[in-house]
Structures are given as C-alpha cells and as structure tokens.
Design a protein around this ligand. Structure first.
Ligand SMILES: Cc1cc2nc3c(=O)[nH]c(=O)nc-3n(C[C@H](O)[C@H](O)[C@H](O)COP(=O)(O)OP(=O)(O)OC[C@H]3O[C@@H](n4cnc5c(N)ncnc54)[C@H](O)[C@@H]3O)c2cc1C
Length: 496
C-alpha cells in the first residue's frame, strides 16, 4: 500500500529507524539518511583487534534495558516495532544492579537491587529494616508512574510527575541518608541533578526494577532488523549521507540537501539528530521564529561520558550477571562533577557463562577540558589528548580496583572514548550522553514536542522527553503520531 507520501528521516539512531518502520508499514515511502557508514547512532557497534582470537566487537554504549518482558511496557513497544523475538537474557533476579560504595579505609559496601517491585523493597529492607515502610511508599510511587506508561505519553498527555523534582521526592520519602544514596546508585543510567523530573527518574529506575535484561549481540541485534524491516516495506536506509540543510518553502519542509550537494524531496522530514543541530539546518525559508530557535539552541545538555571497552584475559574473571555501580562514599550523586572520577558503571559480557570475556566501564567526563580538540578528527587529536584519556582511565582503574582487587592484571586491551568521540560520531552537542537536560522547574521549555513550528518537520529521539531504549521507543510513537494520529497508534500498539 505505497503512495501515501514520502518521508526523509535524518539519522539512523533507534528513533529514526523506529519511525521508519512504522511509517513504511503505513504506506509511506521512507528514506533514512545516515551520515556514518554504520547505522544505529549510540547503539552502533565497532570492532577492534587483529583477525582471529584478538578480534572483538564492542558496543559503543548500550548495555541493558528494563521492562522488556512479555506484556511489559518496553516489550509491548518493541513487539510493535517488529522486535518481538530478540535474544534477551535476564539478569540476576536478586541482584541485577549492585550498588557499591567505596569508603576509604573502611572498605567497600554493596547493596543489591532485586527484580520485582516487592522483591526490591524487601531485599533492601534487610539492610535498612527501620526504613521498610518508607521503602514501600517510595516503590509504590515509582511503580505507579511505570504502570501508566501508555496513558502518559510525553508532552501531549502531560504527566504531573514531570514538574516534581526527583531529589525532593527522595528527600521527603526516605529519611535514612545512606538509603537515599543507595536509591541514587544507578546514577549513570541518567544524569541526576536537583531538578531532574520525578517522571524521568521513575521511568528509568522503575522499568529496570520490573525486569532487567541484556541482549545477546548488543545494539546491532536491535538495529539490523529495523533496517531490514524498513527495506522489506519498500523503504531505504542509506549510509554515508550527511544532511547539511533542511530545505523549506513558505514555512514548510520539502526535503533535504546533503554535504555532497545532492537533494532529496519529500512530503515530510523527521530528524533524529539533536534538536539544536536540527534547527541549525533549517534555513530562512523555514520561517522559524527567533524565539523557538533561541529556546532550542539554549537548552543545556546532560553530561558526556568516558567509556572504556575492555578485553579481558581468558578465564581471568568470573562472569557477573549484573551491573556494578561503584561510587566514592563522599560523592554528591545529585551534583556530579564530571571533572572528577567518583562514580563508575561496570558491565560484563559472558564468555561461556562462567567467565567474563569483556567488560565496559563508564563514567562522566568534563567536556570543557577537552574542547580545544573538538574541531579535529579523533585520530588527529594528538598526544596530549591521548594523555588525557590515559589519565582518566587510570582514575577509573583505581576506583575499579577498590571493588575488584587485582583486576588490572586481568586486562588484555582497553579502548577508550570521550565525549569528544561521541561529538564526532553522533553529533550531539558537547558529546552529551543522554541529550537535552530536563528541568522539573521549567518543563515546558525542556520537554520538547515532536512537532516543530516548521510545517511537516518533526523531531524524534532521546532529547524529546526521555532517553534510553524505553524513552526513544516512546518518542518514536509520539513523532509518528503527529503524522498518523496518536490514537490510531495507541490502538495498534495495545490491540484495542
Ligand atoms: C554510553 C552510553 C550508554 C548507554 N547505555 C544504554 C543502555 O544500556 N540502555 C538504554 O536503554 N540506553 C542506553 N543509552 C541511551 C541510548 O543509547 C540512547 O538514548 C539512544 O540510542 C538514542 O537514540 P536516538 O534515536 O536519540 O539517536 P542517536 O543514537 O543519537 O542517533 C542519531 C543519529 O543521527 C545521525 N545524524 C546526526 N546528524 C546527522 C546528519 N546531519 N545527517 C545524517 N545523519 C545524522 C547520527 O550519526 C546518529 O546515527 C546509552 C547511551 C550512551 C551514550
């Protein structure tokens, strides 16, 4: 049923591809234009090492998701996008995340995040018996937000939890300061800040508590089928195509032009690139009001991250079917200082079930200290940049050793990236990991609508209302809903 109109999608990140799947299924002629030669944006993978034993594929960022079980919110959405049968592997039921604090000479203290809302509060109550009721109250609010995922779809179906601060909620609900720290433990899955909306904290926190899974094969396992579905429905995913301008006529988007000068005409344009990057591509004919342009370009972004993708020596470390978040006890998790290395997220990959073959380590990193190299390509940033990466890795290793003594000796190779790498590859301003920073005190300005003032130009992706696989999957529905009608999509997704 081709012939409803044509759609250009800028960027093959998860959001761009999901929109491509839905619109091509509905009979639109879809063309996805990706500037890189690998699709997937933050979900792309890369290969390092010599052919044979030493050759390893790493994920750039993706590690695990929540609520992907049958009938669970993300599971329902992924099925709708044609991703119903992926090789998800459930993490440890009683400890899918370990929250570890390093307290100088006192050593390390770890707390488990257990799966299932009740199991979660029961297991933590064993460490904080006096806080049992507070924990139950805390969990019931989080669960309530997650239960209403489909009735609270972003800016349109506006959710009051957006204008409530997660930090204030935590302080009002939980009186024990150490328990508050523990409940702030998976801080690297989002950027904790005093004005982080409770909605974002609850969705991300709660979706993993409901159930937590890693994916065999990583991000590629999500991205490749989406490209195949688009192509099988008559669409195209074209790589190595950098869009430099969104062409408009009389305030309406009519196509795009690439860096090589080629133009593509279309009835609709959707951008999966960061909103401020998108707005820079709109010329005079877009008749974009200055106030909107200024609003979008002045949005602040979440911090960027330093990542270390590590190949481990064979059979050197037992595989842990959980993620480990390591924090210095005195770190202020709600005001992270990316110029220090006070928090790490550690993710393991299994070799044969018993041992870990690879490991990823992630920590916030300050962009300002790197910005002098921002106009150079990654391989030409020179010795001082390489030294800065080495120094950051040394800080990570020192913190890592507190939880895993001797781990340095188990490492075969380390490949590192910085926010500059993310800026070069994805184009997100300042190499931000999770896009636009949301603010509970300024929701209308920081939660972004898929619809722009330029007719037939729409936004999608992690900066709209929520990041991660969950958030982007929700944004894609909001974006396609602008063209197909949100109610139509809601019925298709929920089979009602
Ligand atoms: C280190 C890290 C770890 C993460 N781990 C997890 C995790 O474990 N679980 C989870 O749920 N989420 C995780 N996330 C978040 C998740 O990966 C992102 O929210 C999501 O993938 C973003 O998708 P997106 O659609 O917004 O597009 P992006 O991934 O931002 O992709 C945008 C695409 O647009 C392309 N593009 C930009 N400009 C142009 C142009 N001018 N022309 C053509 N193409 C262009 C880019 O090249 C890119 O491919 C992680 C993120 C990071 C950074």
């Amino acid at each position: 049923m081709q012939g409803k109109g044509s759609v250009i999608i800028i960027g093959s990140g998860l959001g761009g591809l999901q929109c491509g799947v839905v619109l091509s299924r509905h009979g639109y002629k879809v063309t996805v234009l990706e500037k890189h030669f690998t699709p997937g944006g933050c979900l792309q993978t890369f290969v390092r090492g010599k052919a044979g034993e030493g050759r390893v594929r790493f994920d750039c960022g993706f590690h695990y998701v929540g609520s992907v079980g049958k009938g669970e919110p993300l599971g329902i959405m992924l099925e709708y996008y044609g991703l119903g049968n992926l090789p998800w592997k459930r993490l440890d039921e009683d400890c899918f995340d370990e929250i570890c604090f390093v307290d100088g000479s006192k050593g390390t203290f770890s707390y488990p995040y257990a799966m299932g809302f009740r199991n979660f509060s029961e297991k933590l109550s064993e460490f904080f018996p006096a806080s049992k009721h507070e924990l139950e109250e805390f969990v019931s609010v989080i669960e309530n937000v997650c239960d209403h995922t489909f009735s609270s779809f972003g800016p349109g179906g506006f959710n009051p939890y957006f204008s409530r601060s997660a930090k204030e909620f935590l302080e009002e609900t939980i009186s024990d300061p150490q328990l508050r720290k523990v409940l702030s433990g998976p801080s690297l899955k989002m950027e904790l800040s005093p004005n982080l909306p409770l909605y974002i904290y609850s969705q991300i926190f709660g979706s993993f508590i409901r159930s937590a899974y890693r994916l065999d094969g990583g991000g590629e396992t999500l991205i490749n089928p989406l490209c195949d579905i688009i192509r099988s429905q008559g669409g195209e995913v074209l790589l190595g195509k950098e869009v430099v301008s969104i062409d408009c006529s009389e305030g309406r988007a009519v196509g795009v032009t690439l860096a090589d000068g080629t133009s593509y005409k279309a009835d609709y344009v959707i951008s999966d690139a960061h909103p401020s990057v998108t707005m820079e591509m709109v010329g005079e004919e877009g008749k974009l009001r200055g106030v909107y342009r200024r609003r979008i370009s002045s949005l602040s972004n979440t911090y960027g991250v330093f990542t270390a993708n590590i190949r481990l020596k064979k059979n050197a470390i037992p595989y842990l079917n959980r993620n480990v978040f390591i924090h210095r006890q005195d770190a202020d998790l709600w005001n992270p200082d990316p110029s220090k290395t006070e928090s790490l997220m550690v993710h393991f990959y299994p070799e044969d079930g018993r041992y870990a073959s690879r490991m990823d380590v992630m920590t916030p990193m300050d962009f300002a200290g790197l910005s002098r190299w921002k106009d150079l390509p990654e391989h030409r940033r020179g010795e001082k940049y390489e030294a800065a990466k080495k120094a950051k890795w040394a800080e990570c290793l020192s913190l890592l050793e507190s939880r895993f003594p001797g781990i340095g000796d188990c490492i075969e190779d380390v490949y590192t990236s910085t926010p500059l790498t993310w800026l070069s590859y994805i184009g997100t301003p300042e190499g931000s990991a999770y896009g636009v920073r949301k603010n509970s005190e300024n929701v209308l300005a920081t939660v972004i609508s898929a619809k722009t003032p330029v007719e037939h130009l729409y936004l999608t992706g992690q900066s709209l209302n929520l990041h991660g696989i969950l958030g982007v999957s929700m944004s894609s529905i909001l974006t396609c809903g602008e063209i197909l009608g949100l109610e139509t999509l809601r019925k298709e997704i929920l089979h009602v």
